[in-house]
Design a binder for this molecule. Sequence first.
Ligand code: HDE
Length: 750
Amino acid sequence: NNPARAVKAAVETAAEKVTDVLTPEVPGAPGSAPPSIEEPTTPRDPLPPKKEQGAPETRTPTGAETGAPATANGQQGAYLTTAQGARLRDTDHSLKAGPRGPILLQDHHFREKITHFDHERIPERVVHARGAGAHGVFTAYGTAERVTRAGFLKKGKETPVFVRFSTVLGSRGSADTVRDTRGFATKFYTDEGTFDLVGNNMPVFFIQDAIKFPDIIHAAKPHPDREIPQAQSAHDTFWDFVSLHTEAQHHTIWNMSDRGIPRSYRTMEGFGVHTFRMLNEAGETALVKFHWKPKLGVHSLTWEEAQLLNGIDPDFHRRDLYDAIEAGAYPEWELGIQVFPDTPEETFAGIDLLDPTKIVPEELAPVQAIGKLVLNRTPTNFFAEVEQVAFHLGHLPPGIDVTNDPLFQGRLFSYLDTQLTRLAGPNFHQIPINRPHAPVNDMLRDGFHQDAVHAGVAPYRPNSLDGGNPFPAGDAEHAFVDVPVTVSEAPKVRANPASFDDHYSQARLFWLSMSPVEKEHIIRAYTFELAKCYRQEIRERQLRALADIDPVLCAEVATGLGLPAPQPSGPLADVAPSPALSQVGREWPADGRTVGIVVDPDADLADVAEVRLAVFGAGMVPLLIAPHGGTVRGTEVQRTFATARSVEFDALLLAGAPAPAPDALPARDAKAGATGDRTVDPRVLLLVEEAWRHAKAIGGWGPGVAVLERTGVAGTPGVVTGDSGSEVLDAVQRLMAAHRVWDRFPASVA
Ligand code: HDE
């Protein structure tokens, strides 16, 4: 006898009847004709979700289900409709006054379609515009329980997450493999409210005070007159700023190191950068720094690979992330914290914990693992998820609080503010990807893009009309506690603490911690970038900064630029290296790595099938490279000589020595001719040359050995030959554990 329910039931019955009449046959259903490659002419059921992939959250911000099916995707319903649900006969022709006449203003479908299209774009992020994201799960080890009351860090607790990786400088369509810092932003949908850990792949930042953010970004973005260069720091305004504003020198040397060109998002460390304050159940506080440690180790591209990839596959990192997840090679990181006593000085081992240009070396404060992140699901819709996700440092759960780091404090303002323009209003938390998984009971109302239909009459406190709801929670109900730290009694000033004046000691610490080959790469990066500047005085000024970091670094870069090396302005800092900062010298799993296998369709391929299986078995991806597409002796070819380029592979195997195909590039053919070799396809020779130059493991057996001999690389470090494919693969796999064959790089410095 509830009238509303009766009406609803009647409507549902009516809807069922209508569906009965209208539901057409499903093509592809048992017994029906096989799917055709023609454009479908009859409607069909929605496509099933991708493997293990649900649609975005369908709850309203108040926790109610919207009733939308989990796979609701507009274009997959049976009939095309207007945005108001009216079925359409034709979406291919506008309504005209005769076939040759003008379009009529009354064409409401045309206007709706075009107007919506005209407004499809939203402003890209002012920084970090280019990115890729994925869903996953975070499982806590429980080891953080002694320092924080945060429920999602309690032992065994699993929390859904969404992670967005990004570059900083480039626009949305820019290339992935530019030299830049990478964003590593994680949204933990915890039961106690969302926690956003908005970090980078480098532990320090260019500036110490948020008020300088527009300055560094204006300097690093393309020049305002010509809007070039895109996604690069190799230009005058960037080096003008960092050579004048020398607190940027520490972050800059990280960018010039191999960390500036990661091999993959999966092989990046992440850092919260700032010091956070944690509060435990007993009411005790500690200062912490967050670290993400990738299971696969920290690995980078070579500079030449990065440059080639910018043209060959500008989506390299995005593709790598999605391919790995879809292949089941789920990327993994451990979250760790460095824990420091919460003393009034807020320093540790003499290092100011509020200075975001400083690290605390892991040798002084070990990173303690507190949980594991696994990314296991790619987005269903890039715009809805990756583009619309909105991170904010103020999204904190009970047990994690802020500190007075002036960069942190400024970011607490900026991230909320930026969404007002980018996501057009204050209700961005209602966008599916941003909806908390904790029940929401706020008294925020109205505004642009308000999706919720709030019931009740009293969105204010205190009230008696809505039964007094909602009530503030007490400590026992796990309310957020602002740690009552004493706020300085000092006068208002625009100033930094004196400890912030040290701009060089940690840049030097970083330099001294590098292996010879990493130092060589840093020298080359500075030399390249400064050589790209037009203004001589900027080069000279940056050389003066390098002299204060290290005289050898300065001298090497000066030589490359053809300039005299200046003397340091004073004594150099006496710092101990931190071996943990080097990427070289350890061994890592090769999961998800790519192995290219060159085959000659006319030769004996007996070993190839076995090697492919072994590569799969090792959790890696084998890609067969042949002169043409299709299949070779029943095995599918993934790359042809026209589409394969060495930069895609982590190791190269040669099972054959294919003769030049008719479509071999004449220029390369001529080059091969110049080396006296016309018997092997020149594109295979290029693959070998590049793989060798980029210090990758290379192996050959059978006729493949002859190719390695002809290119002159046989017998050099990291080039393996053998009698069988499996023997060669074994040796190549051992080499891959070190990421590259480091001995192949020349190193001019010790
Ligand atoms: Fe950001 N930063 N940032 N940043 N940042 C943004 O927020 C800002 C800083 C970082 O994938 C913006 O939603 C200021 C440090 C990441 O959506 C904006 C300052 C670190 C992302 C903003 C900093 C970061 C952003 C642009 C100096 C590493 C991408 C769009 C005080 C710890 C998040 C947006 C994503 C994005 C401001 C410095 C990381 C404008 C003012 C330090 C990973 O709000």
